[in-house]
Design a protein around this ligand. Structure first.
Ligand code: ZN
Length: 62
């Protein structure tokens, strides 16, 4: 499933794998915000391109 990552500034990147998105987002953060993003942090920002996430989505324990 295609994945997308979105930055607060409006930057958006799509890709087929988390790895590609993480690399893109880290490069963007470096170039646009002069910031180093941790790998784990970027992965938390990755979303699949589902139309809407239900607001009451219970956190899965693993
Ligand atoms: Zn940005």
């Amino acid at each position: 499933m295609p994945r997308v990552i979105r930055c607060d500034c409006g930057f958006e990147s799509t890709g087929d794998t988390d790895d590609a998105l993480v690399a893109n987002a880290q490069a963007h953060a470096r170039a646009a915000h002069d910031t180093e993003l941790a790998d784990g942090l970027v992965r938390m920002l990755v979303r699949t391109t589902a139309p809407e996430d239900p607001p009451t989505n219970p956190r899965s324990p693993g």
